[in-house]
Design a protein. Structure first.
Length: 691
């Protein structure tokens, strides 16, 4: 099917300086936790995006000189000629599928602590380096020689990038990540020389670098300029009017304007804190400042919205990082009118957590992300089945849905049995919590895929017992029956239950999601899980009018969400909702009418008068089906059962991304010969040893 006529505009080519993008889908630079450590995995991942139809596929930020590294984050490097082959491999993979390859050269300067190189960081002013972890390192002020050197290093990297085969070579001045942004923003630039003060002075270095880049490679390579239109700090930081003036002064100098918000946490907000297209008010009107094309992002997955942005003259190219991670084939599917096949990004930022935890990029919606090279997985293709053996999948949460639909695509006959009246498991329940509505897309994509698979039979309202599983008589049984929250406070802090009086009111997130709440006025939410659930439950109860105390042994609410760049927004929202946050507190006992909290340092206890305590701690696999089945193991052969496998939360509770991945892994590996004992199940690259 061709694209709908009203979407055809998205498939027009766009000229960017000396090169032409085949359509308007542009994968903007995005980090991935693979970088210099996993270059072949990274090259393959970018190649798959190109195969999926993106017209431009960019790198993440690429450190351009050893004197500025952003360790512990793992990005690409272009420090000398030896880095060229890894980058060339990526450019080649991108070209193989007809896309343009873009590279974002970065010199972090005042936000790179140089923990690896041990060089002294430098920037426009002598300030502490701005990192997420308050590194005790300061940058020194750059003098004229430093500026001249940095221009030279940038130029050398530009030439190397061209040799590596890139078609677009970025000048990066965005996100408060890097020297050019620092020079632009008055909060970092207090200089009194020609690089500080007036707007013209603050953009001087950026202009010089764009000019030098264009002079060096502009005949064959496009030079995009990436800039943040607002830091959301009022006039204390870069703000829209000021940046408009900067863009006006540079108007047609770069070949493309790539406009973002700063910092990264504002640009890539989760769906809990920003709708699709939240950046639109900030990018509206940029196009009238230049005749050059403009690209911007907004977690766009709605094709009507994208087409209208182009028609209304807001953007020329639809930029995407997360939508291209969740569905590397988004452009192709739109072009072929296959809207039901699109895996829409849910805006959870698990992808971002890969960068923050220095682990390969992963995605809740797309379990193949980061596994293209090391496991040979592909987002759209999966090996055909190699046996006729039927599979019974029990539980239609993220793990069961992913397993069932991926097995169905392999051609297996599958029965999917779900106890509840709807598909989705935890996702269906959690999506009803404040801010998590978009998460239902995890279910919706898979439900739409199941509709297209006649070989997968779905049974709702079918809670299976062990005997019923035997009656099914399918050789393969997959237990994807999920997990429930614990009621005994066992979690990170307590590995054994704490004293809980039998008549105390103790609730779990399951009770909150199921609406099983007695009348409550004062509630303690004790969060010893540290991801989103504790904060979300506190928010939900505050919205119901409860006086909520949120206590955590950590220093802050939902501390793991630093990795999804949400922590700040969560704490702000809780405080604004009137939730009292008690940090560094461990729950030690629960009695009717009160709970006991202890300081994690001194052990000093205090009593808190509450009507109920919500325990957000750990989970345990649901029910007894697994144990009941094992008890009947002796009858498996008679029933024709060969294997029973627990996956996802039913095996060991973790994130939704883990569950989807577990479902995919089961489907990918079914009927694969087991690898020899000393063979790893995935590939990795080993550094070359030098003398
Ligand atoms: P995961 O995250 O691992 O996919 P979920 O908790 O989201 O796990 O989903 C588990 C699903 O399994 C739930 O929808 C639950 O209703 C279902 N389930 C649990 N036990 C049974 C059973 N015995 N028979 C059928 N479905 C079950
Ligand atoms: Fe979107 Fe979440 Fe996937 Fe990131 S991890 S691309 S936010 S679905």
């Amino acid at each position: 099917m061709p694209p709908h006529p009203s979407h055809a505009i998205l498939f027009e080519p766009v000229r960017i300086g000396p090169v032409t993008a085949r359509n308007r889908f542009y994968q903007v630079p995005h980090c991935n936790g693979m970088g210099y450590r996993d270059p072949s995995a990274l090259a393959e991942m970018r190649g798959v995006k190109a195969e999926g139809g993106w017209a431009v596929v960019c790198t993440e930020q690429v450190e351009l000189h050893y004197s500025s590294d952003i360790t512990p984050f793992i990005e690409l490097r272009l420090w000398d000629d030896r880095d060229i082959p890894a980058l060339a491999k990526m450019a080649e993979k991108i070209h193989q599928h007809g896309a343009l390859a873009g590279i974002e050269l970065a010199y972090n300067g005042m936000n790179g602590p140089n923990l690896y190189s041990r060089e002294v960081p430098m920037g426009p002013a002598p300030l502490p380096v701005a990192t997420f972890t308050y590194d005790p390192v300061q940058a020194r002020r750059m003098d004229k020689t430093d500026i001249a050197n940095l221009r030279k290093w940038h130029l050398a990297a530009v030439k190397r990038a061209k040799r590596a085969g890139f078609d677009l070579i970025y000048v990066y001045a965005a996100h408060a990540l890097g020297f050019l942004h620092h020079f632009l923003s008055r909060r970092y630039n207090d200089r009194t020389d020609e690089y500080g003060g007036s707007l013209e002075n603050r953009i001087r270095l950026m202009r010089e670098i764009v000019e030098e880049t264009k002079d060096a490679v502009g005949d064959t390579c496009a030079v995009p300029l990436r800039i943040s239109v607002d830091e959301l700090l009022g006039e204390g930081g870069l703000y829209r009017e000021e940046v408009e003036d900067m863009i006006g002064l540079m108007a047609d100098l770069p070949d493309l304007w790539d406009v973002t918000l700063a910092g990264w946490e504002n640009d890539s907000r989760t769906s809990r804190f920003a709708e699709e297209g939240a950046q639109e008010p900030f990018i509206l009107g940029i196009k009238r400042l230049t005749t050059k094309p403009v690209v911007g992002v907004g977690r766009y997955t709605s094709v009507d919205r994208m087409a209208s942005l182009v028609r209304k003259g807001v953007l020329d190219l639809i930029g995407a990082a997360r939508p291209s991670i969740a569905d590397p084939f988004l452009p192709r599917k739109l072009e072929e009118g296959r809207l039901d096949d699109i895996r829409e990004c849910i805006g959870c930022n698990i992808c971002v957590s890969g960068d923050f935890t220095q682990s390969p990029l992963r995605c809740t919606q797309n379990p193949t992300m980061g596994e293209e090279w090391r496991r040979g997985w592909h987002p759209e293709r999966i090996r055909p089945k190699t046996s006729e053996k039927k599979v019974l999948v029990i539980g239609a949460g993220p793990a069961g849905l992913e397993a069932a639909h991926a097995l169905g695509k392999r051609g297996y006959d599958v029965a999917l049995a779900e106890a509840g009246k709807e598909l989705g498991g935890r996702v269906a329940r959690e999506a009803k919590l404040p801010g998590l509505a978009a998460w239902i897309r995890v279910r919706d994509y898979r439900a739409l895929q199941l509709n297209q698979l006649p070989n997968v039979e779905t049974y709702l309202a079918s809670r299976l017992s062990a005997e019923e599983v035997l009656e099914f008589g399918f050789p393969r049984v997959v237990l994807a029956t999920g997990a429930l929250w614990r009621r005994d406070a066992v979690g990170h802090a307590h590995t054994m239950p704490i004293p809980i009086a039998p008549d105390a009111v103790v609730l779990t997130p399951d009770d909150v999601m199921d609406g099983r709440l007695p009348p409550l006025k004062r509630v303690l939410v004790w969060d010893d899980e540290h991801y989103y659930m504790g904060g979300v439950v506190a928010e939900a109860l505050a919205a119901k009018g409860c006086a909520v105390v949120y206590a955590t042994p950590a220093s802050e609410a939902s501390t793991w969400t630093r990795n999804t760049m949400e922590q700040h927004f969560i704490q702000k929202r809780l405080l604004e909702a009137g939730v009292k946050i008690e940090s560094f507190k461990t729950l030690t006992a629960i009695a009717p009418g009160h709970a006991t909290l202890a300081c994690v340092f001194t052990g000093r206890e205090e009593m808190l008068a509450v009507d109920a305590v919500v325990l957000v701690t750990a989970r345990l696999p649901t029910g007894t089906l697994h144990a009941d089945l094992l008890a009947l193991e002796g009858s498996f052969a008679d029933a024709g059962i060969e294997q029973v496998t627990a996956i996802g939360d039913a095996l060991a509770p973790a994130t939704i991304a883990h569950a989807v991945y577990a479902g995919r892994r089961y489907a990918e590996e079914l009927d694969e010969p087991a690898p020899a004992e000393d063979v790893m199940p995935f590939r990795r690259e080993i550094a070359e040893l030098l003398d």
